[in-house]
Ligand binder design. Structure first.
Ligand code: PHE
Length: 341
């Protein structure tokens, strides 16, 4: 019996010294101390021994049990220590190394251009005011000399709402709202979101942004020449280079005469390129001298005042400024595009 116990001890100590991992040690614990181990069997059989033997063998077996237990514990802490020793060199955590930068967002390119435009006009004495996206027929059309059933209404394909209101098709309604509240002299710009019931393609969206401008003073004080120079100044500040301006006659019911304005292509200086479709010019805005009918619709006396109004697409300006050839990119939400600005 003593031999048997000593054999167990020898073997256990030998295997323990060879164990390499915590899992190995756990196996040995089951093998030598578990319910089915030899040692447990010896202890279980003690009751069949004589009194003298029981004492002697019992003590011996218990002592060995303790030795094996403490041996396993020692091995365990040895293995754990080894695991964490030299961890600095093995895992190389350098706490002085700068952390990963959290990406910061930034303003959308259209917002950036809008702010820039507002700043330029502010420096020329223009106040920025905002209109509304849901408008009524009176401000969007009638007061701007576009009565019901007038063919000019076809210029603006309109989203009508069930209650008879509409989504503003241009920023011009704010001309009316502002002049109802303020007497000339006045100088305003009106950035705003506008809606047109049309299919979208590379240069058209059914929802886009416009900037309206209006400058009014007593008759005789504001001429087309003032308008031209204000526009030239604006374009120069915006595109950061000298640009030429060209007026072509055009028709909008709320101006008389009406123009469309082209700028010499800021990309190729008029030589002809992809952006200006080889023409050297880019059509940029609608404008004109305010029609007297607009003044009378806000309660001003006919011929008392004179002024100019203009409206341009913010998206279009942004496309030209950044050389973007598809307007839809601005609305795609694609970060690969947006992060370039
Ligand atoms: N409101 C016109 C449009 O959306 C642009 C415009 C504004 C034309 C002011 C003349 C004067 O097409």
């Amino acid at each position: 019996m003593k031999n048997r116990i000593n054999k167990i001890k020898e073997l256990a100590l030998k295997e323990m010294s060879e164990a390499k991992s915590l899992a190995d040690l756990e196996k040995l614990r089951v093998k030598y101390l578990g319910r089915r181990s030899d040692l447990t069997n010896v202890l279980r059989g003690l009751k069949d021994l004589s009194k003298g033997e029981r004492k002697e063998i019992g003590e011996m077996a218990n002592k060995i049990k303790e030795e094996i237990e403490s041996g396993i514990r020692n091995q365990e802490s040895g293995i754990k220590k080894l695991k964490f020793s030299n961890i600095e060199s093995r895992e190389k955590i350098d706490t002085t190394y700068p952390g990963e930068k959290i990406k910061k967002g930034h303003l959308h390119p259209l917002t950036q251009v809008r702010y820039e435009i507002e700043e330029i006009f502010k420096s020329m004495g223009f106040l920025t005011v905002e209109g509304r996206e849901v408008e009524d027929e009176f401000h969007n059309f009638d007061a701007l000399n576009i009565p019901k059933d007038h063919p000019a209404r076809d210029i603006w394909d309109t989203f009508w709402l069930k209650d008879g209101n509409l989504l503003q098709t241009h920023t011009s309604p704010m001309q009316i709202r502002f002049m109802k509240e303020n007497k000339p002299p006045l100088r305003i710009i009106v950035p705003g979101r506008v809606f047109r019931y049309e299919a979208s393609d590379a240069t058209h969206e059914s929802n886009f942004y416009q900037v309206e401008g209006l400058m009014v003073d007593e008759s005789g004080k504001i001429t087309v020449a003032n308008f031209k120079s204000a526009m030239a100044e604006f374009m120069k500040s915006l595109f950061k280079r000298e640009v030429k301006i060209r007026l072509r006659p055009s028709y909008f019911p709320f101006v008389e005469p009406g123009f469309e304005i082209d700028v010499s292509c800021p990309y190729c200086d008029g030589a002809g390129c992809r952006i200006c479709k080889k023409t050297g010019w880019i059509e940029i805005l609608g404008a004109g001298m305010v029609n007297q009918k607009v003044f009378t619709s806000v309660g001003f006396k006919k011929d008392k005042y004179e002024g100019f109004a203009f409206g341009f697409g913010l998206d279009r300006i942004a496309m030209i400024k950044y050389g973007v050839d598809d307007v839809r990119l601005f609305y795609s939400g694609d970060l690969r595009f947006l992060e370039q600005f």
